[in-house]
Design a protein around this ligand. Structure first.
Ligand code: GLN
Length: 495
């Protein structure tokens, strides 16, 4: 019997089957590569498939099993990586012309931990350039399509990783979430996406966008897999000074995983704004009723400063980005333009040729908000607003255990629909940026479809309560079938 991982088999089940002696890692990897070959022409989730590397790894892991050695927590599981994670086996170009063919000389901490857990990395995935965007259209490689409707975007910026999972090409993938880049595509593609507490997972080797916000974040089809990946990648790291000095995450083992008796779930009215799509509202309202049925008490709450979140985020994130991206000057990394020119002109020519339009917009915005004379007015005020947004949550969590609402104000939009209007694109982050600014763990869980497109329920927990968050998400998952829904293109495909 061979092990087939498509559609419905999760990573933990796959690992356990291999551990029990069923099939080989070689079979798993060949099937994974076949799925990618079959589907990725249409979806374009991957920027590169590292087939030879994956095959060599499979042989190594099959030999390890034959030797009788203990097998890692992700033994034989194929994983895809967003192209902003450094991996010695691949190209971390951040979907930017500026970093074309950048082969990192080291592994990110999360990559090292995946490999130490015996995972098989199969390739790198498409993203908005330097993770700036909400649709995976700002990419030097062209856009990624949503498997639910290939005329639509998968969301972004980690759209490629979301589609690699939603399209049944890998059971798990890593992305990065700065303002919603894992939760929003998870919602739009009908999979789970977890942003852990800021600092729970090392950022070492994640190419920086907004350093006070960036979080390496997994996608998976089941909460059990999400928890397994977090167990593997979390924990103290002395190469990231913002990484919390905590032991690795341990998934909670509740007595009755399907009940949340006595849980108080805060429902902020600010998470149901006028512009919320009616179909999204209906799905999320029925998800809240489902939470009630499994024992939660719904408590209306307020997050009074939520309306400041988008402007605050777009000041803080652009300020940090302008500083982080200053290093791409044609000297230390990536592609150089204008080598025949003087130094300053070479820097300018490199940045002009290498960065896309949205990245340039962010650098200009960030440089402006940090410039002499304007710093207090913009950056200082944004920091102040950020503290207020965190304060709203701290106050809410005096009364409730979790906060719940929609992940995204809309379902998957059409390719090209928002590219000409950056503000409309920024507005799609309305519901994910508040938890990012507050550094809180948050997850998007599939909660149904509207007009044939997936909708995500977002749950937010207090800092370091990633376990509570996953427990609630799992109880919801066990009470519903939404996470099993497959895009039409996968129906009929064997499980
Ligand atoms: N869409 C948001 C932005 O464009 C969030 C991006 C992210 O989380 N990386 O900044």
């Amino acid at each position: 019997m061979t092990v087939r991982f498509g559609g419905q088999v999760d990573a933990v089940a796959l690992r356990n089957a291999l551990d029990a002696g069923t099939g080989t890692v070689k079979d798993v990897v060949e099937e994974c590569l076949a799925r990618i070959a079959e589907r990725d022409g249409e979806l374009h989730a991957f920027t590169r498939v590292e087939a030879e590397c994956a095959r060599a790894r499979a042989a190594e892991l099959d030999a390890k099993r034959a030797s009788g050695a203990a097998l890692g927590a992700l033994f034989g599981v194929p994983v895809a990586l967003k192209a902003n994670l450094c991996w010695k086996g691949g190209i971390a170009d951040c979907s930017s012309k500026l970093l074309a063919n950048y082969a990192p000389p080291y592994d990110a901490t999360v990559v090292r931990r995946l490999l130490d857990a015996d995972a098989v990395i199969v390739g790198t995935t498409n993203m908005d350039e330097f993770a700036m965007g909400s649709s995976t259209e700002n990419s030097a490689h062209g856009p990624t399509s949503n498997p639910w409707d290939t005329e639509r975007t998968p969301g972004g910026s980690s759209g490629g990783s979301a589609v690699a999972v939603a399209g049944g090409m890998v059971p798990i993938a890593l992305g990065s979430d700065t303002g919603g880049s894992v939760r929003q595509p998870a919602a739009l593609c009908g999979v789970h996406g977890l942003k852990p507490t800021y600092g729970r997972v090392s950022r070492y080797g994640l190419i920086a966008f907004g350093s006070s916000l960036d979080a390496v974040s997994p996608f998976a089809r089941t909460i059990r897999d999400v928890a397994r990946v977090l167990e593997v990648i979390s924990g103290a790291c002395d190469r990231d000074s913002t990484c919390l000095p905590l032991p690795p995450f341990e998934a909670p083992q509740p007595a009755d995983p399907s009940r949340l008796a006595g849980f108080r779930v805060g429902v902020p009215k600010q998470c149901f704004p006028a512009e919320l799509d009616a179909g999204v509202r209906a799905c999320v309202e029925s998800a809240l009723q489902q939470l009630e049925r499994i024992g939660c008490e719904l408590v209306p709450i307020e997050l009074p400063h939520a309306e400041l979140a988008i402007p605050t985020y777009y000041v803080v994130a652009t300020a940090e980005a302008s500083s982080n991206l200053a290093r791409y000057d044609g000297v230390g990394f990536g592609v150089r333009a204008g080598s025949e020119l003087g130094l300053q002109e070479m820097f300018a020519a490199t940045r002009e040729a290498g960065f896309g339009e949205e990245v340039k917009r962010r650098i200009l915005l960030g440089t402006y908000v940090l410039s002499a004379g304007y710093q207090d007015e913009w950056y200082g005020r944004a920091q102040h607003a950020r503290t207020k947004i965190l304060g709203d949550y701290l106050q809410a969590f005096e009364e409730v255990d979790l906060v719940a609402g929609p992940t995204s104000p809309c379902t998957a939009f059409r390719l090209g629909e928002k590219t000409a209007d950056p503000i409309a694109m920024y507005q799609t982050d309305l519901l994910t940026v508040p938890a990012s600014l507050a550094g809180l763990p948050a997850i998007s869980v599939p909660c149904g479809t509207s007009a044939g497109l997936p909708v995500g329920l977002q749950l937010v927990a207090p800092a370091q309560e990633d376990g509570r968050l996953l427990r609630a998400a799992q109880a919801f998952e066990l009470a519903t079938d939404h996470h099993r829904a497959l895009p039409p293109m996968l129906l009929g495909a064997q499980a």
